[in-house]
Design a protein around this ligand. Structure first.
Ligand code: NAP
Ligand code: MG
Length: 503
């Protein structure tokens, strides 16, 4: 078991209270680390370090290409330790080692590299063509906000850390990050990387600790200029309230209940694969999971049997085993949440057509209370709670429809609007459906593919703003307009005559 400290002002430090908390491997319940438990006072210290680094340090004064070089060094250093990061990511959060090696670590590296590229290539000063007030000229500047904070969830801890720190640093901000308490290890390990590449002290700080104290401070503190949050819609509302005291800009990436629409012309084999991958990847603990499959009535029975048949073949086990498809959920309490929803589903629509229980026959040493079988409810009305509320577990609701218009209406009948899918062999028809879905991302004949180069975020109660793409950089920048009148003759100042005293 290892000890992990907070990373503040370029150094690893204990919490001021001296308190720690344990983190476990959810598959076994074994404690794998003791973590310094930040309180409000530690977040304040981290914010003050970031403030000083921004106001007095070199980072915001460096050119974009200079910052890019440093961010690429961060990516290189992570790649050099990819095996250790993958192992700790999988152990701490319960995601499979396959996911850690092929999605989490390369995804984080890719995000740092993308934002390094933007820092190197995007001009921070842009001349504007023409002029509304001749003979003036005008330009805009993209400037850092100053101190930015990021609060992230437990489902993709390492990628989320990169999504927050990558754009913040690329734009010249100084940042404080708070990982989720279930999964703080890999974010805290980033401190070693920052030391290795000589990132100036205070540019990136990491505090692990309870959301209600260490987290709230990051949103409320007046020294913070912008805050970004990924997590539940409920906490997102709280972040908005806290940030409103000093009118901080917020970006929010929140919950979802995404619809994956299977049209009657879909390639059923491929569509079934996309629905299963779209729902059960990482046990459905993905904000944009396609947890509502909307299936055309004419193919409904055949499609459902394909889903049930294949869901039963998903391999559940130790997440550290390369053959495992699904490991434990992040915690026993998350399994209990899933169980509550499955009971609700039984009461609302009857027994699920598969799953609906903890798995049997797990290897010795694995805790069955941390696992759950892929579960499918069929014939679900969209008004049912299991179709409306985010479960964040391996539970799919299959909903029949008859026309494309009806499918779009059902898909949009949700408080959320994060993502969705359309499965069809007719590209024009699929695009027409996709374009009418009120969500931030739609995958046609695919699911879950997110690239740092493309924008990601939600409509409605799934969030505010976009991460990634060029939009992701802009979210960490202020826009300044500068107007230059060349001076000279009074003809250039006709507007001044509107006040007779000024001429
Ligand atoms: P959560 O309870 O909202 O927690 C997210 C983060 O916020 C954690 O670091 C948590 O700290 C912190 N937090 C909790 N209460 C806080 C408060 N009052 N003030 C400031 N920070 C606070 O969410 P979760 O259970 O970790 O993650 C699951 C949720 O995240 C799901 O709803 C999912 O849809 C959403 N999610 C969305 C996206 C997206 O991109 N849209 C991505 C991933 C997850 P503690 O860990 O200490 O509680
Ligand atoms: Mg853990």
């Amino acid at each position: 078991m290892a000890d992990y400290q907070l990373f503040i002002d370029g150094e690893y430090v204990d919490a001021q209270s001296g308190e720690t908390f344990d983190t476990t491997d959810p598959a076994t319940g074994q404690v794998i680390g003791s973590i310094a438990k930040a309180g409000r006072e530690d977040s304040v210290k981290a914010i003050e370090a970031a403030r000083t680094a921004f106001d007095e340090g070199p980072w915001p004064k460096m050119s974009g290409p200079e910052r890019a070089a440093k961010i690429n060094q961060i990516a290189d250093a992570i790649e050099a330790k990819a095996d250790t990061f993958s192992e700790m990511e999988a152990r701490d959060g319960g995601g499979t080692i396959k996911k850690a090696m092929f999605a989490d670590v390369p995804g984080a590296v890719g995000a740092f590299r993308w934002f390094a590229k933007l820092a190197a290539e995007e001009a921070d000063e842009v001349e504007l063509p023409g002029t509304p007030f001749p003979p003036s000229s005008n330009y805009v500047r993209y400037e850092p906000h100053g101190v930015t904070t990021g609060i992230i969830p437990w489902n993709f801890p390492f990628i989320m850390a990169a999504w927050k720190l990558g754009p913040a640093l690329a734009a010249g901000n100084c940042a404080v990050l708070k990982p989720a308490s279930f999964t703080s290890i890999t974010a805290l390990m980033l401190g070693e990387v920052f030391q290795e590449v000589d990132l100036p002290p205070g540019v990136a700080n990491i505090v692990a600790g309870p959301g209600g104290t260490a987290g709230e401070e990051l949103a409320v503190n007046p020294l913070v200029d912008k805050t970004a949050f990924t997590g539940s819609t409920e906490v997102g509302r709280r972040i908005m309230q806290l940030a409103s005291g000093t009118v901080k800009p917020v970006t929010l990436e929140l919950g979802g209940k995404s619809a994956n629409i299977v049209l009657d012309d879909a390639d059923l084999d491929l569509a079934a694969a996309c629905v299963l991958w779209g729902t059960f990847f990482h046990n459905g603990q993905v904000c944009e999971s396609g947890t509502r499959a909307l299936v055309h009535k004419s193919i409904y029975d055949d499609f459902l049997s394909l889903l049930v048949d294949r869901a039963g073949k998903i391999v559940i086990g130790n997440q550290m085993d390369f053959e495992t498809d699904l490991g434990p959920l992040v915690s026993r309490s998350q399994v209990e949440t899933v169980e509550r929803y499955v009971q609700l589903g039984r009461d609302e629509v009857g027994d699920p057509v598969c799953g609906g229980q903890r798995p049997e026959g797990l290897a010795d040493g694995l805790d069955p209370a941390a696992f759950y079988t892929p579960t499918i409810f069929a014939g679900v009305p969209n008004s049912a709670k299991i179709a409306q509320e985010e479960i964040f577990g391996p539970v799919l609701s299959v909903i029949p429809f008859e026309t494309d218009d009806e499918a779009v209406a059902i898909a949009n009948d949700s408080i959320y609007g994060l993502a969705g899918g359309v499965q069809s062999t007719n590209p024009e028809r699929a695009k027409s459906v996709a374009n009418r879905m009120r969500t931030g991302t739609v995958w046609i004949n695919d699911y879950h593919l997110i690239s740092p180069e493309r924008p990601f975020g939600g409509y409605k109660q799934s969030g505010i703003g976009r991460e990634l793409g060029i939009n992701g950089l802009r979210a960490y920048q202020q826009v300044k307009h500068v107007h230059i009148n060349p001076g000279g003759t009074r003809d250039n100042y006709i507007h001044l005559s509107a006040l007779s005293g000024s001429i």
